[in-house]
Ligand binder design. Structure first.
Ligand code: SF4
Length: 808
């Protein structure tokens, strides 16, 4: 939906119009249309008789109170009258939908009927036809079953029908028109929410604005302290106010960053901005149905298993009307509370609310993951002109690889097997067949198969093709699970049962596999990994650039930003930057003399040197903390090395207060680690953490809560099979394989960890890089501009004196 001020017209796709105007009924995902199946369409369209028009574009503008509404869409087939008696009228429009088999037996969905009738009207108006046949054809996913519903209408009947739908949709149409009309004035008058712009902030705002206006992609590296969140939002809001783009998507990798973005939007609202902001969370994170069981939500939410799905569409618009008349910001708790009061599903409510908002704050998945992408904004036919802000974009390469990859393994299937007795024969048969197929893959590894010291078998295989037959087995298992769920998620008790949950997880996994298989090309590798009796098969996406690029087809412009996007070519290449991408690198806004940064080059943290360098690293830490008592964090490349150095350090300094990160910490333990760093001066505390973990990014310990870090090593991801595949791929593609797989991701971790120290203009602190590799390129070439005072310390004994000079 998009209101054009100049034309005084609201443009809306037929499908979207039907969704907002059909305002009654339940949420029932068991009966949802199958979106991805285009084969049935192609087969039926190719069978249309002579003279038939396929995928005919239609448009109809009608007056609606004081503005116009323009409906746009594409009907599948227009059949002319023929001798076979198919239609007695001059034309028949046919709309085709692939639906789950059980929908073939009942009445058609109201929205589908509405779509068919509207296309018929649009065709009548375009040709001056007074009577017409309409046909809605449902096809089963495998194309074997078909059912048609036919109607005959006069153009007058259909005009009246449209008028009733317009009346039902009135709230949404007015809301969209009013929101766009007030948006410009609001965005123009919105003040920057802080009294002064920090150094670099104006550049960032202007660059974001210009990228949004010009429909380009911008990679912006802005060090900590510039105020990236509020600056990027402000720049995008100004662009939105000037009519560039339909809404802003602010994407984050973590819930904590979502909260920060919401706070920035609230600060802008406090400064007079009247735009609406919503934060989206996953179905599982929002679900309030106590019977939904582990994980919450369901692949097939339905009125039989959930009271909040029952009558959802009857109540939805009232809730939306109340919420939007009272507030401008919608956090998860606000949505859950409003949904609970109204007895509706909070997840669906958040999505419907998003359509009425200007700023949508959500996870990367909602744009990039084909399984959870917000179809209402990004599917074919949607009025897509969104502006994208991607926060912490340094996380996106690895996240994108994981989104577009998929795997199966025998251990997971064996666990699934424990639920099989209650899931029926079809699932059992297909799961067994899949295990059989996976076991056969052992033969692929025959050249690389051996036994470990403990006698267990290990082996691997890498290929460019998915082994034949396996895809069919996974598809069959996925179909069996989905069929089971559509029928058996009908009772609350069934929904809560672990077997149904396991079946739901398996169905999701099969969908992910199919999605990766559809995208599979020479950017992928297939690998098989045998280890300790488990056989894993993975479609591994090495290069997500094209998929990321394709996911943005409804995006007008995008800004990828982070404190660490170095080097630019690396991020632009992996994230599908394209030829028009621009790069902005801003200097730190903080006085450089507030940061003491040194590279201690007399220690090696290479894997083979770690055992003997633990004591020396403990000496580096002793030297680093010797000049001033306060809070320090030391970052390590692995838990093993962390433990070795921790043991040396605590033996030598039993009186120093220390804390260490451990694998799989609970939320409570994480919070305790952060609270350990109090702001009382004069107490020496040392935290031992790992690089790339939750304490090396996104953690804010301003002022005296953190006065120094020691970074042990250059941050390289551990040598691994997958990293080596990335290395080989990019060596071939850009002749820079090792750096793409190891050096650049590693240095981004180092830069993130180093960025924990100076958080405010008045902060002072030290960063010690401990590794001999910091003495030479490529590492020295990756230093950011605000490290230009870095000094090299070849002898650890020289460090305390240099630090004393800094602190004094
Ligand atoms: S409340 Fe939970 S189970 Fe009910 S419809 Fe929403 S997500 Fe589905």
């Amino acid at each position: 939906m998009r209101f054009d001020r100049e034309k005084n017209c609201l443009f809306i796709g037929v499908r979207e119009f039907c969704r907002v105007s059909c305002t009654s009924g339940d949420i029932d995902l068991r009966k949802s249309q199958i979106e991805t199946d285009t084969d049935n369409h192609k087969i039926l369209e190719s069978g249309a008789g002579e003279g038939a028009e396929i995928e005919r574009e239609l448009e109809l503008t009608v007056p609606f109170t004081d503005f116009n509404v323009c409906l746009r869409g594409r009907v599948d087939i227009v059949h002319p009258a023929s001798d076979d008696g198919r239609t007695t009228l001059p034309y028949e429009v046919e709309e085709i939908k692939t639906v789950p088999p059980q929908m073939l037996g009942g009445a058609p969905a109201v929205q589908h009927t509405a779509q068919m009738r509207l296309y018929a009207l649009m065709f009548c108006e375009s040709r001056g036809v007074e009577r017409i046949c309409c046909r809605l054809t449902y096809v089963s996913p495998d194309g074997s079953k078909k059912r048609s519903f036919t109607e005959k209408h006069s153009a007058d009947d259909l005009r009246f029908y449209l008028a009733t739908l317009l009346e039902k949709a009135a709230f949404r149409l007015y809301d969209e028109r009013d929101r766009i009309l007030t948006r410009r004035a609001s965005a123009e008058s919105a003040k920057f929410p802080y009294p002064e712009l920090r150094s670099g902030q104006r550049d960032l705002i202007n660059s974001v604005y210009s990228a949004m206006k010009g429909g380009r992609r911008l990679f912006a590296q802005a060090p900590t302290g510039i105020g990236k969140t509020v600056s990027t939002l402000y720049g995008a809001i100004r662009a939105l106010g000037d009519g560039f783009g339909s809404r802003i998507f602010y994407l984050t990798a973590k819930a904590s960053t979502r909260r920060e973005a919401y706070r920035a939007a609230a600060a802008l609202a406090g400064a007079g901005l009247g735009l609406r902001t919503v934060v989206l969370f996953s179905r599982e994170q929002c679900c309030t149905n106590p019977a939904a069981g582990p994980g919450g939500g369901s692949l097939f939410c339905n009125p039989d298993s959930c009271p909040y799905a029952r009558g959802y569409y009857d109540r939805r618009d009232d809730v939306l009307r109340t919420l939007t008349s009272l507030y401008h910001g919608f956090s998860r708790s606000a949505i859950i509370s409003a949904a609970s009061s109204a007895g509706v599903c909070p997840y669906e409510l958040s999505l419907d609310l998003a359509e009425l908002c200007d700023i949508i704050i959500c996870d990367y998945n909602y744009v990039f993951d084909p399984a959870v992408r917000l179809r209402r904004f990004f599917a074919e036919g949607a009025e897509g002109d969104s502006l994208l802000l991607v926060d912490e974009a340094h996380n996106l390469p690895d996240r994108a690889r994981s989104i577009y990859s998929a795997d199966f393994n025998t251990a997971y299937l064996s666990d699934f097997g424990t639920y099989i007795p209650s899931l029926g024969d079809k699932i059992k048969e297909n799961a067994e067949e899949l295990i059989k197929q996976l076991k056969k893959l052992r033969s692929y590894c025959s050249d690389n198969l051996y036994r470990n010291d403990d006698g267990s078998e290990v082996g691997y295989y890498v290929g460019r093709e998915i082994p034949p037959g396996i895809g069919d087995s996974i598809a069959a298992l996925g179909d069996a699970c989905e069929s089971y769920l559509r029928v058996n998620s009908a009772s609350a008790r069934a929904e809560a049962s672990p077997a149904v949950f396991a079946c739901s997880s398996m169905a999701r996994l099969c969908r992910k596999w199919r999605s990766a298989a559809d995208a599979y090309d020479d950017r992928y590798r297939t690998y098989i990994d045998i280890s300790g009796g488990n056989i894993l098969l993975r479609q591994y996406c090495l290069d997500p650039s094209e998929a990321v690029d394709a996911a943005m087809n409804k995006i007008r412009a995008a800004v990828f930003f982070s404190a660490t996007l170095t080097p630019y070519d690396y991020f632009s290449e992996i994230l599908g930057g394209g030829r028009n991408a621009e790069y902005l690198s801003l200097p730190s806004p903080f006085p450089q003399e507030n940061l003491f940064i040194a590279a201690v080059t007399s220690v090696s943290t290479r894997y083979e040197d770690r055992e003997k360098s633990a004591k020396r690293m403990s000496g580096v830490i002793t030297a680093a903390v010797s000049a001033r008592a306060g809070n320090y964090i030391v970052y390590f490349p692995s838990y093993r090395y962390l433990d070795a150095v921790y043991s040396c350090f605590t033996k030598k300094h039993p009186g120093v207060r220390v804390i260490k990160q451990t694998p799989k910490m609970s939320q409570q333990e994480k919070e305790a680690l952060i609270s350990f760093f109090g702001d009382d001066k004069g107490v020496l505390r040392v935290g031992f953490c790992v690089l790339g973990g939750s304490f090396s990014e996104g953690m804010d310990l301003p002022g005296d809560r953190l006065i120094g870090t020691v970074i042990a090593g250059v941050g390289l991801p551990g040598l691994s099979f997958e990293r080596n595949l990335i290395r080989d791929y990019y060596q071939n593609k850009v002749e820079d394989g090792y750096n793409y797989a190891y050096t650049y991701p590693g240095m981004n971790r180092v830069l993130q960890a180093a960025g924990r120290v100076i958080r405010r203009p008045t902060d002072r602190g030290v960063v010690i890089l401990a590794d001999d590799r910091y003495a030479a390129p490529p590492y020295t070439a990756l230093y950011p501009p605000h490290w230009k005072r870095i000094r090299r310390i070849d002898n650890i004994a020289d460090l305390p004196q240099a630090l004393r000079a800094f602190w004094n």
